[in-house]
Design a protein around this ligand. Structure first.
Ligand code: MN
Length: 255
């Protein structure tokens, strides 16, 4: 069982290898007892992430190929495939249809298709998925290629409509929420639409900030408070909900 019963907080999407001191960031998250997925943006980062997290109770590396890097790094999908048998957690993967990246969408889709097919073949993987301005395409691909009994997607910083939230939930997806999402009305509406049983938390550090510094995994407590405020429950209730959801997610993939 990968989920320690003592786990209270979970950061399902954080880029520990992008902090000034990667090793220190891993140690701090482990000592804080925050279940943390260390997402990678290129599979070339996997060996070091794997090495630093091996044997830890709380921090786990995820094998990724970021959609924003698809154009320059498309050939690295071969490296990603080579490391796949070593990885239970996958990401950051997905699609980005924002103004800077939509031109590479055809390449992004080819890569994401390989990712989803290989994960479905292997079984037992949990994916942290980027879907900026591509919610419905990402959901179409998950529906076609990753049935919930073959792997589970956590939609990271999901920006889809309440209708798309409902569709994603029906496809078996989870959602990881960060404080930045709760800072605007649209994000709060997305959070409100997420079924209780599918909500998780993230920091997306170092790309979000707390008090003018990059968020670290223990700052995920702020995402828990935001969920509590939006759902009108106490922070303890929200914290219990997130940790129960994480356990259910891991059980659903046969951990
Ligand atoms: Mn990210």
């Amino acid at each position: 069982m990968i989920i320690d019963s003592k786990i209270r907080l979970a950061d399902l999407h954080c880029h520990l290898d992008l902090y000034p001191d990667f090793e220190e960031a891993v140690i701090a998250a482990e000592q804080a007892g925050v279940f943390t997925l260390a997402a990678t943006t290129t599979p070339r980062a996997w060996p070091r992430n794997r090495q630093l997290t091996r044997g830890l109770n709380f921090v786990h590396a995820a094998l990724g190929l970021h959609p924003q890097l698809a154009k320059e790094r498309k050939d690295e999908i071969k490296i990603w495939e080579r490391y796949l048998p070593e990885a239970r957690f996958i990401g950051e993967v997905g699609l980005d249809g924002g103004p800077r990246y939509f031109k590479s969408l055809p390449i992004q889709k080819q890569i994401f298709e390989v990712v989803l097919r290989r994960c479905a073949e292997s079984g037992g993987k949990v994916l942290t998925v980027h879907s900026t301005r591509c919610a419905s395409t990402v959901l179409d691909m998950i529906e076609e290629l990753l049935p919930p009994d073959r792997g589970r997607a956590i939609l990271h910083w999901f920006g889809g409509s309440p209708l798309e939230v409902r569709r994603a939930a029906e496809l078996g997806c989870y959602f990881s929420i960060n404080v930045e999402m709760a800072r605007n009305e649209r994000g709060r509406r997305t959070i409100e639409a997420i079924p209780n049983g599918r909500i998780l938390t993230e920091t997306d550090g170092p790309f979000t900030q707390v008090e003018g510094r990059p968020s670290c995994p223990s700052d995920v407590a702020l995402a828990v408070s935001a969920i509590a405020a939006i759902s009108k429950v106490s922070p303890v209730v929200a914290e219990n909900l997130v940790s129960a959801n994480l356990r259910n997610l891991m059980e659903s993939i046969g951990d």
